[in-house]
Design a protein around this ligand. Structure first.
Ligand code: NAD
Length: 497
């Protein structure tokens, strides 16, 4: 099966002659190919978007919101189909794939409120006969470039607010999981979106570079690895575009001696190994601090990690599935080897994991490292696999220093019963999203999502009110009516004094 693009309201075949294989990670076999767009194809999408955008922007925001309302219904109707397509290319379990769709759907629900977020401000009588008001207007044609690990959620985080605000959108999803973004574009069409307002162009670096160079694309929202985030941010800004880029992560969870350690261990299992660790908000570092906390935590963690069930998405009881590609598996196994070499204690070793009937799948069993130190490669690099590292700290101050000094700043959490410590932690830690007795603190749709330091480039977060701010610009109008007009010209800067 060959997957192409979605341009001008229908699926079109790729014309570049370049393709990439799309694998079923559980079997390790390629099941589809996806076309990789060239500059001409990106340009065709932009031309369609440009032609469609003015009428869409002129459609009142309530009507635009109703398209979002219809999309919510269609997402519920097609939930099973979407989850199956998603799991088949990503490898995550079906319940987790549904979660992926739902966390995107929740942002679409928020976007139904577009009229509220498009409202401007008004000051009557700012001067004699003078009123001042501001308007929020869409930017025009905007783009989103998204990663493989949330093929439903992150495209919706991007195109939801952008389209609800009256922009036309070019989505360049990951070439590793291209089916669901195409299905989402079809559902938007069915929900009543005019042709050309949402275009999906599959591709790799060539397509991304064409987006970066296109003079008609006003803004780019990116999510992916830090290296590519920085590249897109730098080049996009240099080209005069508005750019926000969200990158990789190394999320710590601090465990205080007074924490409920069973609860903390359960939280670590879900947050560390769910989706095989392929989440930007996965907890990859556990930091128990205080006398004896680490030993008590390890006692609870080891049997839980050993009991984890790994399997294909078609199995009913798998806790997590395979990694996305053979390359990802090679990388993760390489990093685990490096951890052993550099002296970390591998308390649970999942490297030899194999599943009958799925011997070629990209599976890695759960791994648990103890006595990891900040100078080790497994601490410094984002592993993006089912590997949890335990770094032992003596005091709260030592523990806090770890996420504070880490280059990444996406998510962080603390497990404690002490409100004072929790409050101090939330106030001081230099990380964008904080959990208190919550391991994966992904904010809901009516807040905003964004990491600090090398996890986020640009000033506004994703979704929530920031999503609308990012994809709109403000125009401020100062108006004066004849009763306020004074005689003669003035050469002094007007003030309201
Ligand atoms: P990736 O950086 O490899 O790919 C992301 C996008 O960039 C894809 O669309 C891809 O086609 C494109 N791309 C890849 N290489 C490129 C290049 N050389 N030039 C231009 N474009 C290129 O990321 P991924 O492997 O798909 O996703 C995993 C990463 O995303 C992890 O680092 C994870 O932490 C991060 N992530 C971050 C967030 C967040 O909100 N901070 C959310 C999800 C994932």
């Amino acid at each position: 099966m060959e997957l192409g693009h979605f341009i001008g309201g229908s699926r079109v075949a790729g014309t570049s002659g370049r393709f990439s294989d799309v694998f079923n990670p559980a079997t390790g076999r390629p099941e589809k190919t996806v076309a990789l767009a060239n500059r001409a194809e990106i340009r065709a999408a932009v031309e369609n978007a440009k032609a469609a955008q003015p009428a869409w922007a002129a459609t009142n925001p309530q009507k635009r919101g109703r398209v979002m309302m219809a999309l919510v219904q269609l997402l519920h109707r097609d939930m099973d189909k979407l989850a199956e397509a998603l799991s088949r290319e990503h490898g995550k379990t079906l319940p987790d794939a549904k979660g992926d769709v739902i966390r995107g759907l929740e942002v679409i629900e928020f976007c139904i409120g577009a009229p509220n977020f498009m409202k401007g401000e008004f000051s009557e009588g700012a001067g004699p006969g003078i009123d001042i008001y501001s308007m929020r207007q869409p930017l025009g044609v905007v783009a989103g470039i998204t990663p493989f690990n949330f093929p439903a959620m992150i495209p919706m985080w991007k195109f939801g607010p952008a389209i609800a605000a009256g922009n036309a959108f070019i989505l360049k999803p990951s070439e590793r999981a291209p089916s669901v973004p195409l299905m989402l574009a079809e559902l938007m069409q069915e929900a009543g979106l005019p042709d050309g307002v949402l275009n999906v162009v599959n591709g790799d670096k060539e397509a991304v570079d064409a987006i970066l160079d296109d003079p008609d694309i006003q803004a780019i929202g990116f999510v992916g690895s830090t290296q590519i985030a920085e590249y897109i941010y730098t080049r996009g800004c240099a080209a005069g575009k508005r750019v926000q880029c969200f990158g990789g992560a190394k999320n710590h969870m601090l465990i205080a001696p007074d924490a409920d350690l069973d609860q903390a261990a359960d939280a670590l299992i879900g947050a560390g190994y769910g989706a095989a660790g392929e989440r930007c908000m996965a907890i990859s570092v556990a930091v128990p601090f205080g006398e004896g906390t680490a030993d008590r935590l390890m006692e609870r963690l080891i049997p839980r990690v050993e009991a984890l069930k790994v399997g294909p998405y078609t199995s009913d009881d798998a806790d997590f599935g395979p990694l996305v590609t053979a390359e990802a598996k090679r990388r993760v196994l390489g990093l685990i080897g490096k951890g052993v070499e550099e002296g970390a204690a591998l308390a649970v070793d999942g490297r030899g994991f194999s599943l009958q009937g799925y011997e070629d799948g990209f599976f890695v069993g759960p791994c648990l490292f103890d006595r990891v130190t900040p100078d080790m490669t497994i601490y410094k690099e984002e592993i993006f696999g089912p590997v949890l590292s335990v770094v032992r700290a003596e005091t709260y101050g030592d523990a806090l220093r770890l996420p504070m000094e880490n280059l990444y700043g996406n998510g962080v959490s603390i497990f404690t019963r002490d409100g004072d410590t929790a409050r101090d932690f939330a106030a001081r830690v230099n990380v964008g999203m904080v959990g208190i007795n919550v391991p994966i603190p992904v904010p809901l749709a009516y807040y905003t999502f964004g990491g600090w330091k090398r996890s986020g480039f640009g000033d506004l977060n994703q979704f929530g009110a920031d999503g609308f701010r990012f994809y709109t610009k403000t125009k401020t109008v100062t108006s004066r009516w004849p009763s306020g007009v004074k005689e003669g010209a003035s050469f002094v800067i007007p003030t309201m004094s």
